[in-house]
Design a protein around this ligand. Structure first.
Ligand SMILES: Cc1cc2nc3c(=O)[nH]c(=O)nc-3n(C[C@H](O)[C@H](O)[C@H](O)COP(=O)(O)OP(=O)(O)OC[C@H]3O[C@@H](n4cnc5c(N)ncnc54)[C@H](O)[C@@H]3O)c2cc1C
Length: 573
């Protein structure tokens, strides 16, 4: 039987997730011949890391700090299975990481930076553990997230309430609320005057009680009179949350300037309560998140009465994902002023925040215990390779040729940057273990390459856009080496130069990409071959979004698309 040849272009997390999903198809070895074509010598893309010998030690080199949030259910499932596979087949016998729990440790707090009094100060937020582990997804319905978010607001409000009343008792004997309450107990002494007890608590409790009623869950699908009551319940809930926020603000406003920790809780309550109100007011429950994709997130918060629409948690999100048109962030010295260029689709942002803060299982986040390359991409690479997926390193995709009707990729043109001794797929990409861990080297393992010494001397950047002279071009053609599945468009490893790289297929407009994606989605083993194009998404990780969808369900927190104000970027969502 002719196997369907599948070319996966690029080897980031999206690509490897796609390869992994294909290996889950029963009898895939008889049906598919899968090759991952990666420029340069290592996998991982924006998640790559490697080791370089420096000052007598093998230093980890990363793109940046890497954690996984506790709601990355697909990612944790895949990585736990990869670790299990490696252990079962003895692929990393010396590694200290034999299971995902060895490699990922819970991390419960995060830090925002706020600019107050002309200096930057850390603002640490701790999050409570929730039941289960990230291998056990909770109810993904937006209603469950709203319910859990109200629960979280109640916890935060308890702290505010105790703090304001000067009454920081150990109401809870354990958990994060009591820890924070203790901190507040210490600062209570700073209060110079008796402070009124805010009246908001009961409003929020009422809202919570309404949201908790099983009949209120949209899956209950009530009919007749009951459905009228549910609508009334939603209306009530919306107004209770809003009234809670407004009243709380009124009650504690005079304290905020002086008491930074109180202000922190207020800002989170304001953002959280407004988000819940906005979701209900804009009919997102029935229309879905797309109903608010056309408006920028912080402007959406402002529209619904949030006063803290540009507080550190919010502009931190914009900064971390570079959600500014043309890269124009806040002017120097004015980080607290929202720049006109801020542009992040509200639906995606609020969904990400709800999942991040109210939709996780186990810990809020998990920190890798070594480089992301070695904790994520090593087990995936070893498991996929052992399963029979092929890896062709040193293959840089240069151009895609479209079919006449522009709904297929007919050709993929690649530069073969280096010839591997023993054939393109014979390259062994990992270096000898360091402390038992199989790592990615910071440079190609030249000894495995024909003319390796010469290539090393030339200093050419095999992950950049430089070509190796003389050029060796390899072309894959549909019906011969691959077929039709496209998920996103070219960007690349996150370097500035690569951001500006020429598109690999200038002829490919958004409409074509959509058509090809539709074909890919419907082409369940129909054609002889396919291509999975994973040369990264736009600056928001849309590549990962596409691939995560491929593996059923999005999960990245910052898969934030821009709003319709920039349709070119929005098209990749
Ligand atoms: C500094 C930084 C920190 C981050 N921190 C986190 C974090 O803590 N948690 C988290 O979940 N996410 C984090 N992210 C986001 C995450 O890393 C990305 O969303 C994710 O790696 C994107 O995966 P991808 O497969 O879509 O694309 P990429 O990782 O970009 O993969 C694309 C692949 O294609 C290859 N490629 C590109 N062009 C070509 C070509 N012409 N020919 C052949 N191959 C090519 C690239 O080399 C790469 O291997 C961070 C990102 C950055 C930049």
């Amino acid at each position: 039987m002719n196997k369907e040849k599948i070319a996966i272009l690029g080897g980031g997390v999206g690509a490897l997730s796609a390869a992994y999903a294909l290996t889950k198809v029963p009898g895939w070895q008889d049906r598919y011949d899968i090759t991952v074509y990666q420029t340069g010598w290592r996998l991982g893309g924006k998640g790559a890391s490697s080791r370089r010998h420096f000052n007598g030690a093998w230093r980890i080199e990363e793109h940046g700090p890497h954690i996984w949030f506790g709601f990355y259910f697909n990612a944790f499932r895949i990585i736990s299975e990869a670790y299990d596979y490696c252990q079962e087949h003895n692929l990393t016998p010396e590694s200290p990481f034999q299971s995902w729990t060895d490699a990922f440790h819970p991390k419960r707090d995060g830090t925002f930076m706020e600019y107050v009094g002309r200096c930057w100060r850390p603002w640490v937020v701790s999050m409570p553990d929730r039941s289960g582990s990230p291998l056990e997804p909770g109810d993904p319905h937006i209603w469950s997230h709203i319910l859990d978010a109200i629960g979280l607001l109640l916890d935060w409000h308890d702290v505010v309430e105790e703090r304001v009343a000067g009454n920081a008792t150990n109401k809870r004997s354990s958990g994060w609320a009591s820890a924070v309450a203790k901190i507040y107990a210490r600062v209570t002494a700073f209060f110079g005057q008796p402070v009124p007890r805010p009246q908001g608590e009961s409003l929020l409790h009422k809202a919570h009680a309404i949201a908790k009623a099983p009949q209120m869950h949209p899956r209950a699908r009530p009919s007749g009179f009951a459905s009228l009551l549910v609508r009334l319940g939603q209306w009530l809930l919306k107004h209770l949350v809003k009234a809670f926020r407004n009243r709380l603000r009124r009650d504690i406003d005079h304290l905020l300037e002086e008491h930074a920790d109180l202000r922190h809780f207020w800002e989170m309550l304001d953002i959280g309560a407004t988000s819940i109100y906005g979701l209900l007011a804009d009919g997102v429950l029935s229309k879905g998140y797309d109903a608010i994709e056309g408006i920028d997130f912080s402007r959406w918060l402002e529209k619904h009465g949030c006063t803290e629409y540009w507080s550190p948690p919010i502009h931190g999100i914009y900064d971390s994902g570079a959600h500014y048109e043309n890269g124009k962030a806040a002017p120097a010295g004015k980080p607290n002023v929202r720049p006109a260029s801020a542009n992040l689709a509200a639906g995606t942002a609020v969904q990400a925040l709800l999942r991040m803060f109210a939709g996780y299982s186990g810990a809020f986040s998990y920190k890798m215990q070594a480089g992301m390359g070695e904790t994520v991409f090593t087990p995936l690479y070893l498991a996929l390779k052992h399963l029979g997926v092929k890896f062709a390193f040193f293959h840089r995709t240069m151009a895609l040729g479209l079919s006449h009707d522009r709904t297929n990729v007919d050709t993929v043109q690649m530069e073969v940057q280096a010839k591997v001794r023993g054939g393109a797929e014979a390259y062994e990409a990992l270096m000898d273990p360091i402390g038992g861990i199989r790592c990615w080297p910071a440079a190609p393992l030249y000894g495995q390459l024909e003319d390796g010494a010469e290539l090393e001397r030339s200093g050419v950047d095999l992950e950049g856009s430089d070509s190796v002279e003389p050029r060796r071009i390899r072309t894959l053609s549909r019906g011969n080496r691959f077929g039709t599945r496209i998920r996103s468009a070219l960007e690349a490893n996150g370097s500035r130069r690569q951001h500006r790289a020429d598109p690999i297929c200038p002829a490919l407009g958004n409409a074509d990409i959509r058509a090809i994606m539709r074909r890919g989605q419907s082409a369940r083993g129909g054609g002889l071959c396919r291509t999975v194009l994973n040369l990264a998404g736009h600056e928001s990780g849309a590549g990962a979004r596409g691939m995560a969808r491929f593996c059923r369900g999005t999960e990245h927190p910052l898969l934030c698309r821009s709003t319709g104000r920039n349709p070119r970027r929005a098209a990749f969502g």
